[in-house]
Write a protein that binds this ligand. Structure first.
Ligand code: GAR
Length: 188
C-alpha cells in the first residue's frame, strides 16, 4: 500500500476529493491530513470523512522537526500539497526526494512564486486580461512553484470572467484531474 499524507491550509476541497477518490483503493491510501491553520475548514472535512487530521504549527514544521518525525512514524511514502501555503521545510524535502506533489491554480511558470496563491492568482490573471488559465500539478523542490511539471490542464476565459468565476473553473479542473495524476505518479 502506498501511503499518502495530505498537507492543507484552508478550505480543503482538494483534500476531500483526494480522500474520497482513494477510499477503498487497494494500492493507495490517504493516511492522514496535516494542516497548519488552527481554524482551517479542512479539519472539519477530515472529521466527516473519517480521515485522521493533525494540526502542526510553524515551529513544528521549521524548528523542531516534529512534522518530519510524524510523517516518518506513520510510514508515509508520498506527501501531497493540496492548498498548502508554506514553503516545504528542507528536512522534509530531503526525506521525500521527488515524492512531494503540489497543485497550483495557474499555468506555471506564469503566476507562480511567493504570494501567488488562491485568489491572488485569479485576481492577477483577470487583471492581465488573459484568454486562458488552468492548473499545474508538479513535483516540489525548494522554490515556490518551480519543480518538474507532471500535468497541466487549461480553461478558456472571456471578458465576463471575474476572479470568482475563474476560481470555479479552476476548482472543477482540480477536482477532475488531481486524484488521477496522483494515482498515476505514485504507482509508476
Ligand atoms: C487550490 O485552488 C489550490 O490550487 C491552491 O489553493 C486552493 C486550495 O483550495 N493552491 C495554491 O495556491 C498553492 N500555491 P482547497 O483548500 O479547497 O483545496
Amino acid at each position: 500500500m502506498v501511503r499518502l499524507a495530505i498537507l492543507a491550509s484552508g478550505n480543503g476541497t482538494n483534500a476531500q476529493r483526494i480522500s474520497e477518490y482513494f477510499s477503498g483503493n487497494s494500492q493507495v491510501s490517504v493516511d492522514c491530513i496535516v494542516y497548519n491553520k488552527r481554524d482551517a475548514f479542512v479539519a472539519e472535512r477530515a472529521r466527516k470523512l473519517g480521515v485522521p487530521a493533525y494540526y502542526f504549527g510553524r515551529a513544528d514544521f521549521y524548528d523542531n522537526g516534529r512534522v518530519l518525525q510524524f510523517l516518518k512514524e506513520r510510514g508515509i511514502d508520498w506527501v501531497i500539497l493540496a492548498g498548502f501555503l508554506w514553503l516545504v521545510p528542507e528536512d522534509i524535502l530531503k526525506a521525500f526526494p521527488n515524492r512531494i506533489i503540489n497543485i497550483h491554480p495557474a499555468l506555471l511558470p506564469n503566476y507562480g512564486g511567493k504570494g501567488m496563491y488562491g485568489h491572488h492568482v485569479h485576481e492577477a490573471v483577470i487583471a492581465n486580461k488573459e484568454s486562458e488559465s488552468g492548473i499545474t500539478i508538479h513535483i516540489v523542490d525548494n522554490h515556490y512553484d518551480r519543480g518538474t511539471i507532471l500535468f497541466q490542464a487549461k480553461c478558456e476565459l472571456t471578458a465576463a470572467d471575474t476572479p470568482d468565476t475563474l476560481a470555479d473553473k479552476i476548482h472543477q479542473l482540480e477536482q477532475r484531474y488531481f486524484p488521477e495524476v496522483i494515482e498515476k505518479t505514485v504507482l509508476q
